[in-house]
Design a binder for this molecule. Sequence first.
Ligand code: DAT
Ligand code: MG
Length: 139
Amino acid sequence: MRTDRTFTMLKPDSVEKGHIGAIIEKITSAGFRVVAMKLTQMTTADAKEFYAIHKERPFFGELVEYMTRGPIVAAILEKENAVEDFRTLIGATNPEDAAEGTIRKLYAASIGENAVHGSDSDENAAIEGAFHFAGREMF
Ligand code: DAT
Ligand code: MG
């Protein structure tokens, strides 16, 4: 069996609204194993680097403001087909388009404040996990 990893963040709105426990319950119930997890806060420089691919987009400033306004839960998750299955579990970027039962449908307020991040490829999962965690923090 192939075992893969993905990277997630429970974004500031999820932490502010007290949704950490409910969202982690959905993630572990869906078969993901927690490899690494912590409460942390991104600096402006961190958020600009993490989301550098979006730097020319009109929403970039708002995205950086939002992602740095309070703590996040960062985590690395393991499961067969982790990247794709986690994207399915969180739902579409815009919660209005997200399928029933997905994390964004349940907990996201808007496309800008959409509750959770999920890596979009195995390559980015490795880059994003290493951005937030040292090797000794992965189990
Ligand atoms: P995803 O997080 O589903 O991978 P993305 O990589 O296209 O989506 O965008 C990263 C984040 O940027 C997204 O989670 C929320 C924000 N964002 C994307 N499109 C947006 C838009 N049209 N207006 C405001 N924020 C947006
Ligand atoms: Mg993305």
